[in-house]
Design a protein around this ligand. Structure first.
Ligand code: FEO
Length: 394
């Protein structure tokens, strides 16, 4: 794959990671890319690096578009390792000034080197490359404290690092050229698992962006496809996702030991169905949690089914709830159900976790011993109907 010109003298020099299937716990069935860019002018700037395992490929791609001695600046938008760990390899080849936020500088000096020439930039600061200008916009916690966006003013290209990204490996670079994968779905999954926890900061940055930039012709993130069409659509989706906009549908996550909690789940879902509410059911032991998180983000309701095991929540359920709680989905109506044998603490414990996660908990009182009877299964369906009403009213 060659360096790719996305605008006059602006090149993609990233790498495509076709093989990664687990990105620190996030399932990546389509792989990913680590995108970096070169802007050539009277001065030349490199925007971001890549994961160090791909350093040689990255450097070779840079070498295709500029001699290393011509590189004047290296912009570090974010110091997570997938974007910064090739920095030492790049700095061996160039005599360049690094520009980044103060927090990024602190990390670079601790992790990589305190010998480099680093200039700290703030929101609104600009760097002239000759005929063109880079403007910097701090984006703290979108999604790390050090993060910033870089805007190429004259070309109206936003380089927002992780924001607006998707984990997709592809031979094409633009979202509108991609086939076989729904890029908006993947952007949503990425948002739910990487960015959602910082939704308040996303809303702030979207406001700051409006004051700092005149227009966007292209969004060039650090993962996946570059947006040159649907710019307003993806920004509006970020507004919706960060604002908790969701559809009136329900996600049911559960696990089961001997099929009894599963029976309860099926009957609750029959109640939802009877009321015309769309739902999805996911057995946690066998499902992709990253996908489920996207579905939870897009749904108003959540029902959790858990057996009680040794007086605790079933491990696959408690593991998922820990993951979910950390990601802070907002505006959810939730409930818990489950089968048990002796003491049956798990349902109450799940309700407490859902409350701690800031959800509006509808108490189900659905906690049945051993195999649920026909009458108990009827209660499950009735609960499904009541839960559906709550969703309709929300
Ligand atoms: Fe793609 Fe926060 O790293």
């Amino acid at each position: 794959m060659k360096a790719f010109e996305i605008s006059d003298d602006v090149y993609w020099v990233g790498v495509v990671d076709w093989d990664v299937r687990d990105f620190h716990g996030y399932k990546t069935p389509y792989g990913t890319s680590y995108n970096a860019y070169v802007v050539r002018d009277r001065k030349t700037a490199i925007i971001d690096t890549v994961y160090y395992r791909f350093s040689e490929e990255y450097l070779s791609r840079i070498g295709d578009v500029t001699p290393f001695e011509n590189v004047d600046y290296v912009i570090v938008n974010h110091i997570e390792y997938d974007h910064s760990s090739a920095l030492p390899y790049l700095m061996e080849r160039v005599d360049a000034e690094i520009l980044c936020t103060q927090r990024a500088k602190n990390v670079i000096e601790k992790v990589y080197s305190d010998k480099w020439d680093i200039t700290v930039v703030k929101t609104g600061d600009e760097l002239s490359l000759g005929t063109r200008t880079l403007r910097f916009i701090e984006a703290p916690l979108v999604h790390w404290p050090d993060t910033m966006f870089t805007y190429l003013v004259e070309d109206e290209i936003l380089f927002p690092n992780d924001a607006f990204g998707q984990h997709i490996a592809s031979s094409v670079r633009y979202s509108d050229e991609l086939t076989g994968i729904d890029v908006f779905d993947e952007a949503g999954k990425y948002y739910a698992n990487i960015v959602m926890v910082y939704s308040p900061q996303v809303r702030k940055v979207l406001e700051v962006l409006e004051s700092q930039i005149d227009g966007i012709r292209m969004i060039a993130p650090s993962h996946g496809m570059i947006w040159r069409k649907d710019i307003e659509k993806i920004i509006q989706l970020y507004r919706d996702w960060s604002g908790g906009v969701a559809e009136k549908k329900v996600v049911i996550v559960y696990d089961t030991m001997w099929g009894n909690t599963e029976k309860m789940v099926r009957n609750v879902s029959a109640g939802l169905e009877a009321e015309g509410i769309e739902y999805g059911i996911y057995r946690l032991k066998e499902s992709d949690w990253s996908f489920i998180m996207k579905e939870i983000m897009l749904s108003r309701g959540l029902i959790v089914g858990t057996p009680t095991l040794n007086r605790e929540v079933y491990p696959s359920v408690s593991g998922f709830l820990t993951y979910m709680k950390g990601l802070k989905p907002i505006g959810k109506i939730a409930s818990a159900i489950g089968s048990y044998g002796w003491s049956g603490e798990a349902v109450r414990k799940v309700e407490e976790i859902l409350k701690e996660a800031g959800m509006e908990v509808v108490e189900s009182n659905l906690r049945f011993r051993y195999t649920p009877s026909e009458e108990e299964l009827e209660k499950c369906e009735e609960f499904g109907r009541r839960f559906a009403e709550k969703i309709k009213e929300s």
